[in-house]
Write a protein that binds this ligand. Structure first.
Ligand SMILES: C[S@@+](CC[C@H](N)C(=O)[O-])C[C@H]1O[C@@H](n2cnc3c(N)ncnc32)[C@H](O)[C@@H]1O
Length: 402
């Protein structure tokens, strides 16, 4: 049986150490990873990321630890401010109305904050959707979602349904995913003059260690396709990522949309920005207790691993799934187009018990400023038989950049 060396949990000096239960949990995952590495002769980085995030009962999103917010490892827009969901609610209303839709399906709802804010705002406007469906890969997060949504009115709560898989019958309405694409496992590749390599994980002196090996055909083809599209061969030693799960995920969502819009919100770049000559080490990031770093080997199962989104890849996948590409804008412009400033000016954003004007202004800055989430995050809108322009892109729509 594969062993797990306790030094697999070593952290840089001064970082908060995990409690005993979390450490046991991580060691159990280390044992499982070691076993697989021995049995399979190494794991591709993709399979490592898949396991540390989603191994049943052990992966980062599949066990009980706090992940979101001040007590966790990172914050997301819905966790920063109710303004985010309330502004999105304005956009949801237009989309449902214009496609005669009755359903919102949210993927990867995390703790349920976005669902709460959207439903509360739509309830207030007497415009609740008939159904608000939630589907997350994480089982344990469901409990947190239930707790968050318990504070809704009975009428709004009655619209909520949890799914274990995508709906059998395609929906008419809106599919929404905030920071889900960045949580799909990626492959990490390295270009050499005469080869393309894949990052894999092995064991060295009982510790997890990076190992580069000649890339398998599927990854090689993907990297060569990127190079062909970019019109340049990556430089010798250039390291980056690509996400093999994007196309099948978008295709499955496309199959679930009969008529309406899909809004995908995430940090990411167009392909030219993503694979810029200067970005020689990719975009992979790890988050542990609000420290962002790039050591993906640390405390497996207790830190988040994520990579930026190649929005051009998402757009290509969308076209393959016969979806229309309707909008692409930085988050700040999208929120402005959707009415965030009107919401702030009207004072209606203020009636949240725990919000005061000053705090809301701070939160709005975090969502909108270029140095914060405003530019780094982008919104991509895909559609099927959607008849009208989407309001949130009225100020800015940079489809040509994709
Ligand atoms: C970074 S969190 C974002 C959570 C939430 N949307 C927010 O903004 O606070 C990513 C979430 O996506 C979920 N997830 C990852 N892959 C998924 C998939 N294929 N389908 C549904 N949920 C997924 C994870 O379990 C996790 O809850």
């Amino acid at each position: 049986m594969a062993e797990a060396d306790p030094s697999m949990l070593d952290l840089p000096e001064g970082w908060p150490t995990p409690g005993p239960e979390a450490a046991q949990h991580s060691l159990a995952l280390c044992r499982e990873l070691s076993r697989r590495i021995e049995a399979e002769g190494g794991l591709s980085f993709h399979d490592w990321m898949e396991a540390v995030l989603y191994a049943p009962g052990l992966g980062y999103y599949m066990a009980g630890a706090a992940r979101f917010g001040a007590a966790g490892d990172f914050v997301t827009a819905p966790e920063i401010s109710p303004l985010f969901g309330r502004t999105l609610a304005q956009q949801c209303r237009q989309i449902l109305m214009d496609c005669d839709g009755d359903t919102i399906l949210e993927l990867g709802p995390g703790r349920g904050r976005l669902a709460f804010d959207i439903l509360q705002e739509m309830d207030r406007a007497d415009a609740l959707p008939e159904r608000y469906l939630l589907l997350d890969r994480s089982g344990p997060l469901r409990q947190e979602q239930e707790q968050t949504l318990a504070a809704l009115s009975a009428e709004a709560r009655a619209r909520v349904q949890w799914l274990n898989e995508l709906p059998e019958r395609p929906i008419r309405g809106l599919i929404l995913a905030n920071e889900v694409l960045d949580a799909l496992p990626v492959e990490r590749f390295r270009r050499l003059d005469h080869d393309i390599e894949q990052l894999t994980v092995g064991l060295e002196n009982k510790l997890f260690a990076p190992r580069w090996r000649s890339a398998p055909a599927a990854l090689r083809t993907q990297v060569e396709a990127l190079e062909a599209d970019l019109g340049r061969r990556f430089e010798h030693g250039y390291v980056s990522e690509c996400c093999p799960g994007t196309a099948p995920w978008i295709a499955s969502l496309g199959d679930s949309l009969d008529r309406g819009v899909m809004l995908l919100i995430d940090y990411g770049y167009t392909r030219r920005e993503y694979y810029h000559t200067d970005r020689r080490d990719g975009t992979l990031r790890c988050h542990y207790r609000h420290r962002a770093h790039d050591d993906w080997r640390l405390i497996p199962g207790l830190q988040d691993l994520t990579a930026y989104v190649d929005f051009t890849a998402v757009a290509i996948s969308a076209r393959q799934a016969r979806l229309d590409i309707l909008g692409f804008a930085p988050q700040a412009h999208f929120l402005m187009g959707a009415g965030i400033t009107d919401l702030l000016a009207s004072g209606s954003a203020l009636d949240n018990q725990d919000a005061d004007g000053m705090r809301l202004a701070q939160q709005a800055k975090a969502l909108m400023l270029p140095g914060e989430m405003g530019e780094r995050f982008r919104v991509l809108a895909l559609g099927r038989q959607f008849p009208t322009p989407i309001k949130a892109f009225r100020l800015y729509n940079h489809l040509e950049k994709l």
